[in-house]
Design a protein around this ligand. Structure first.
Ligand SMILES: *[C@@H]1O[C@H](CO)[C@@H](O)[C@H](O)[C@H]1NC(C)=O
Ligand SMILES: *[C@@H]1O[C@H](CO)[C@@H](O)[C@H](O)[C@H]1NC(C)=O
Length: 416
């Protein structure tokens, strides 16, 4: 029942979001989201927020996280794409997060980033009023309670998002390198290219002391801003080099032209929002939404001559800039030579400003500020599915879920 209601609400919101596209500037910017999407983005538990550290409250119940199936099985992949609002990396739902004050097990759907055009801004959360140049969000959904991320996304505590702020360092952060290296291939969202990188342990993205974090109840930071998120913002920062950050700042926005030219643009917009939520990762939901979209497209559009761009282009592995590549079905606009136009076309400052706390309490997992407590009983717990250590009911349930997901994905790929 809740499942159906959740789906209906999500679908209704997706239709709205499709009707009024959003962005980060001008009349589509964050100040207008509440008008563009009535019933969304105007609640009292919105994110991001500023974290006034001295007003946070120590909660001894906020223990370490447990991360399952970390590292991932050899050969598994992350899928990187530009969803028009962010660089998003889909993780295929093979990762699970629990403990850390969470009452349930959450399945990882995707992670993405928010960044600025200069180092003085870019993050969504701010610490004592201070933004970071870039922030990473790892989006997880409550797979104990709900059947899909679409259902979880509209329920309280349906999502658990881990926020990691970065600080600039002189040396490249090796954990970001595989991602940074493929950004040139996915920088133009109009080309709908997905790049694959080897999956790595999610734990490696977390700061050195993942047991030190802030916790509050909030929302998604993009429309429809569902107030379904248990937020974790880590106390420590990760690092990123200037060069790596510069590569993020070369990523492009979608062009308006793309949205006008194709009779498929509406379903594309819906798909973009689905991907924003990581819904694409959920094969059952994907099939369901796809069928609805197809029905909708069939009734609305008789003329379906435009071929959709394949989302499965493999990067060639050369250093060719993807903007100069022409072998894709969707033609890209010729780049104007004007520098100002180029800057306008860049996807930067894709962050929502901080929202009012409205009396919410921000908890923290550590009693005192300062250097991290030395490791020893404070490490993230690793559970190896094949190791006898982790072989208990929880672990085997997770394995059964994983097998089921694999089976469903094979089945659905045959059906579609
Ligand atoms: C979040 O909301 C739930 C339900 O209202 C509540 O039990 C929990 O304590 C809240 N958590 C925080 C960190 O405020
Ligand atoms: C089983 O796994 C869960 C998940 O991490 C863990 O919390 C629990 O302590 C484990 N139980 C046993 C008996 O090992």
């Amino acid at each position: 029942m809740g499942f159906i209601v959740g789906l209906t609400i999500t679908w209704a919101l997706l239709i709205q979001i499709e009707a009024a596209k959003w962005g980060y500037v001008n009349d589509r910017g964050p100040d207008h989201w509440a008008d563009l999407f009535p019933d969304a983005c105007s609640g009292s538990l919105q994110s991001p927020i500023n974290i006034p550290t001295k007003q946070t409250v120590y909660d001894p119940m906020l223990k370490d996280f447990a991360i399952f199936f970390d590292p991932p099985s050899p050969g598994s992949k992350f899928f990187v794409h530009n969803n028009g609002h962010s660089i998003q990396v889909n993780t295929e739902g093979k990762f699970y997060v629990s403990n850390g004050g969470l009452d349930n097990i959450y399945s990882t759907a995707q992670f993405h980033f928010h960044w600025g055009h200069k180092a003085h801004h870019g993050s969504e959360h701010t610490i004592d009023g201070k933004p970071a140049p870039i922030e990473m969000h790892i989006v997880n959904w409550n797979s104990d309670k709900y059947n899909s991320i679409a259902e979880a996304a509209v329920e309280p505590a349906g999502l658990a998002v881990l926020g990691i702020l970065f600080e600039i360092s002189d040396i490249d952060n090796p954990i970001l390198e595989p991602l940074v290296n493929v950004l040139k291939h996915v920088r133009d969202p109009d080309k709908q290219i997905k790049a694959e990188i080897p999956a790595v342990a999610m734990r490696t993205f977390l700061p050195r002391a993942p047991n030190m974090y802030y916790r509050y109840n909030g929302s998604l930071t993009t429309p429809g801003c569902f107030e379904s998120v248990i937020w974790t913002v880590f106390y420590q920062k990760q690092t990123i080099s200037r060069r790596q950050l510069h590569v993020f700042r070369q990523v492009l926005k979608p062009t308006h032209h793309r949205n006008k030219r194709s009779p498929h643009h509406e379903s594309r917009a819906v798909r973009a929002v689905m991907e924003e939520l990581g819904i694409e990762d959920n094969y059952i939901e994907k099939a369901r939404f796809k069928r609805q979209l197809q029905d909708k497209a069939a009734t609305e559009t008789k003329d379906t001559t435009v071929v959709e761009a394949s989302a499965q282009h493999e990067p060639s592995g050369t250093d060719t800039h993807s903007t100069s590549s022409t072998n894709h079905n969707v033609k890209s606009e010729p780049m104007t030579s004007s520098h100002a136009d180029k800057v306008r076309n860049m996807l930067v400052n894709n962050y929502r400003p901080v929202q009012p706390l409205n009396g919410r309490i921000i908890y923290r997992s550590f009693p005192f500020f300062g250097e991290p407590i030395p490791a020893g009983g404070t490490e993230v717990i690793y559970l190896d599915i094949d190791g006898s250590e982790g072989q208990n009911n929880t672990a085997s349930t997770l394995r059964d879920m994983s097998l089921l997901t694999t089976f469903c994905s094979i089945l659905i790929s045959k059906l579609l």
